[in-house]
Design a protein around this ligand. Structure first.
Ligand code: C5P
Length: 209
């Protein structure tokens, strides 16, 4: 069984993908981490994330980079959204994601274009979202808890910029697949959102034995 979980930044899609993977006993891939690795490697190479050739050269990042805590930084997310615009970068990361999705037994993948490009044949697709204000509130609280001094307005501006880049790019923009469940969790807590996601997948593919 393949489960595709797409959505904008700070929508909770990563948490939902991990919960679904645990519930259904499937491996999970956070595809954003691959784009974050490319963005970060571009910086390590002193390259320009807006330059397609520089970003493509960084697609050769070592696998050990995927464990680097710097990939989780908000600034790395910004770099990721810049390098992810380049079709050459998306092409370079494509096969790795497709192979993960199509492994025997299935998988859960979360990202922006899983249900539309990477696994259009997925058995269940979710598009997880929440208002920009609610996503900002969550991301801001998370950053303050980590000791990062940042204002709500700065986080909101960053979320708007990320959303604009992710939805506005020509190649594989962020959009809800026609056959995806739109799960707006602006007024739901994470437990309710996970329960709704599990119920949707079970109804789509049948309960696990
Ligand atoms: O999901 P996360 O916030 O870690 O992703 C970082 C960035 O990587 C996103 O803003 C998006 O631009 C890009 N991305 C993408 N396609 C994916 C996953 C992430 O373009 N499947």
């Amino acid at each position: 069984m393949i489960i595709a979980v797409d959505g904008p930044t700070a929508s909770g899609k990563g948490t939902i993908a991990r919960a679904l993977a645990e519930h259904f006993g499937l491996p999970v891939l956070d595809t954003g981490l691959l784009y974050r690795a490319v963005g970060y490697q571009t910086q390590l190479n002193h390259g320009d994330p807006d330059d397609s050739a520089d970003a493509l050269a960084a697609c050769d990042f070592p696998d050990t980079l995927l464990g680097d805590p710097a990939l989780r930084y908000e600034s790395t997310g910004g770099l990721a959204s810049r390098v992810s615009i380049h079709p050459a970068v998306r092409k370079a990361l494509y096969q790795r994601q497709v192979d993960f999705a199509n492994q025997p037994g299935g998988a859960v993948l979360d990202g922006r274009d899983i249900g539309t490009v990477i696994a259009p044949h997925a058995d269940a697709k979710l598009f997880v979202t929440a208002s920009a204000e609610e996503r900002t509130r969550r991301r801001h609280a998370e950053m303050l808890a980590r000791g990062v001094a940042v204002t709500y307005d700065a986080v909101l501006a960053n979320i708007h910029a990320r959303d604009a880049r992710d939805t506005g790019r020509a190649d594989a923009p962020l959009l809800c697949a026609d056959d995806a469940l739109l799960l707006d969790n602006s007024d739901m807590d994470i437990g309710e959102t996970i329960a709704a996601a599990i119920a949707f997948v079970e109804q789509k593919v049948g309960r696990p034995a």
